[in-house]
Structure formats: C-alpha cells, structure tokens
Ligand binder design. Structure first.
Ligand code: AMP
Ligand code: MN
Ligand code: MN
Ligand code: MN
Length: 278
C-alpha cells in the first residue's frame, strides 16, 4: 500500500493548489494521502472534494508549529475534524504569531537595507498565509541569495537580521487541540532538528508523557539507519509510526509525492489507527 501523510499546498508554503496536489498524489498511485498545511485547515475542503472524485483515501491533516525546550518543533495532526472550535482557536493563535513575526522579519530586513520586504513577500503568497519560505523566495527573486539553503542561513535563522523567535504553544497544548478534534498527534521529521540522538529520544519520551501519539519515522530524506532507529524508539516508547514526503512542489526540492522507503515491519503503523480503517 502506498501511503503519504505529509504534504503542502499554496494554503501554506507549497506551490500547488489542493486539487493539483491531489492530482499528483493520484498520478503517484497513493492509496492513502494527507494534506498537512502549516497552521491552517483552509485547503482541506478542496482537497477532500478532489480526493473523492479520484477515489483516494484522504486524511484531513495539519502541521502545527509548537515549542519544546526553546526549539520550534512541528506536530502533525492527522484525521482531524476541521470544525472543532478548540483546534481552530489554536490555529488562529498560530496565525496571529505568524502575522506578528512577518512584520518583525520585515523590520529586521529593513535595518540591513532591504526595503518593502513585507509588501513584496505578501505579493508572493496566494492566500493570507506568510511563511518564512515566502520571505526566502522574495530574497532570492530580489537577488540577495541564490538558493533556499543559503537564504535561510544568511537571513532567517540564528542571529541573522530576519530571525525572529516565536512563542509557539507547548506540546501539551498543541496535542490537546489535535485530540479535541479527534486527531492523532505526530512529531514531524524528527531528524531535521538540530538535536543529538539522545535528545531526540528524550523528546519522544516527553511527547508520549504529554499524550502524543506518534512520530514520522519515514520522510523523503530519511536514511535506512534513521528509519530503523526511529522505529525502534517508537516501539520502545509505545508510539505509532507515520510516513510522509513533506512535498511542497518546489522545483529544486527533489521530493516527489509518495516516493518513500519501505515501511519497517511493525505492528504500530499509524494508518491502521486512522478512521478510514475503522
Ligand atoms: P515557517 O513555518 O514559516 O517558519 O517556515 C518553515 C518552513 O520553511 C519549513 O516548513 C520548510 O518548508 C522551510 N525551511 C525551513 N528551514 C529551511 C532551510 N534551511 N532550507 C530550506 N527550507 C527551509
Ligand atoms: Mn514548509
Ligand atoms: Mn515541517
Ligand atoms: Mn511540512
């Protein structure tokens, strides 16, 4: 079975519309698919509609920014009821954080001589969502940097002019929003944070203690070794494992929908615990 439970549309920082993303999922022959835009569920009704036409099993999802020990960690909410008020209240809070952050990033860039950053960046977003990816894209277009990697390093992280700290909500809060909406909470791309293996494992344990459900053991970038490590930790800590490409549709991102390594032999696969199976 082909599963991909992590992807983006232009309702956050992806390139394509939800319908287009579903068409690509169909071409890739996905049997089970989730759209998980950053901090918004606005693309899900369009995605659901197209999924029904294409007869793809669709899981409504979201990727929520949270904070753990001073680091931004992404939590996927899978199989959520988008009409849940507690979840939407949480997402509105994150959307507010994003608006405030965008203004601060623009202010920081202004101090280094980059003018009208907010206006130029907003013009690149097809929806009202502004992510750091949009700022990165603007800085590349304006000729300040040549690619995503260098633009994040030179402008948007650490102590750089466009780096802004955000007080996202805690694991406990974010998990409670997802659970209120009937979903399962999953730590996204655990090896992408700047953490030692010891710390990743500690994060998993604390996530479990705060009632988290799973970890994304398989992403498009995962090595065999990472998949095995992560699956073993998940088994030990009693967390489910998920698999998702984190597709954005960027031309230079060599990631395709549904292109993921084999799932390890495991009895704790998250897709056996989602509503389409019940
Ligand atoms: P935001 O949620 O607005 O802070 O934006 C985070 C998004 O930026 C992530 O979901 C990635 O898609 C992208 N991103 C973060 N760091 C990098 C990086 N170093 N290189 C390329 N893209 C990145
Ligand atoms: Mn993204
Ligand atoms: Mn992410
Ligand atoms: Mn993502």
């Amino acid at each position: 079975m082909k599963v991909d439970l992590h992807s983006h549309s232009y309702y956050s920082d992806g390139v394509y519309s939800p319908s287009e993303v579903l068409e690509y999922a169909n071409q890739a022959k996905c049997d089970l698919f989730s759209l998980t835009d950053h901090d918004t569920t606005d693309g899900l009704s369009e995605a659901q509609e197209r999924a029904e036409k294409l007869s793809i099993n669709f899981i409504p999802g979201v990727e929520i920014s949270a904070i753990w020990r001073n680091m931004t960690i992404h939590i996927l909410g899978l199989d959520i009821n988008v009409n849940n008020e507690l979840l939407q209240k949480g997402l509105r809070r994150n959307q507010e954080h994003r608006k405030e952050r965008a203004a601060k990033i623009a202010h920081g860039l202004r101090r280094t001589g980059i003018k009208d950053a907010l206006e130029k960046t907003s013009a690149l977003s097809k929806t009202n969502m502004i992510t750091r990816t949009h700022f990165a894209q603007m800085l590349i277009q304006e000729g300040y940097c040549k690619d995503m990697k260098s633009v994040f390093r030179r402008f948007l992280t650490g102590n750089k002019p466009g780096a802004v700290r955000v007080e996202w909500s805690s694991f406990e809060e974010v998990i409670s929003w997802i659970h209120a909406a009937g979903g399962l909470a999953v730590i996204a791309h655990p090896f992408r944070y700047r953490m030692t293996q010891t710390k990743i494992k500690r994060m998993f344990s604390e996530f479990k203690e705060t009632l988290g459900d799973g970890v994304e053991a398989i992403t498009a970038m995962s090595s065999e070794q990472e998949i095995n490590l992560c699956s073993n930790w998940a088994k030990e800590i009693n967390l489910l494992i998920s698999s998702g490409s984190d597709y954005h549709g960027w031309p230079n991102q060599r990631i395709n929908i549904g292109c993921l390594k084999e799932t390890p032999n495991s009895d704790n696969l998250i897709w056996n615990h989602l509503s389409w199976q019940r």
